[in-house]
Ligand binder design. Sequence first.
Ligand code: ZN
Length: 103
Amino acid sequence: MNIYNLLKGEISQKELLNYYNANITYEQLPNKIDGFVFQFKGIFNIIINNDLSYYKKRKTILHELAHIELNHLGQINSDMFKFKINQYEDEADMYIKYLLEDK
Ligand SMILES: [Zn+2]
């Protein structure tokens, strides 16, 4: 089960979130922040900016799910993350782009 199945409509977002042990919370965030994800006690917490349009919310959720699926959170420790953050951002976006093109 993965994002590709979600994009193809084979599974629901809820099913994928359950599979990854992930929750989405919509919050008031600074303008520049679309969303982010962190892991706490085995649960992935995806925080999405509540002011985004429906489309942008969907896109941001996919982006955060890509971080989970690509195992970015498991690989980071604070120092390394500073160097890796841009690479991971690009990788997450490219992954979604690739999946959408392949659909
Ligand atoms: Zn990101």
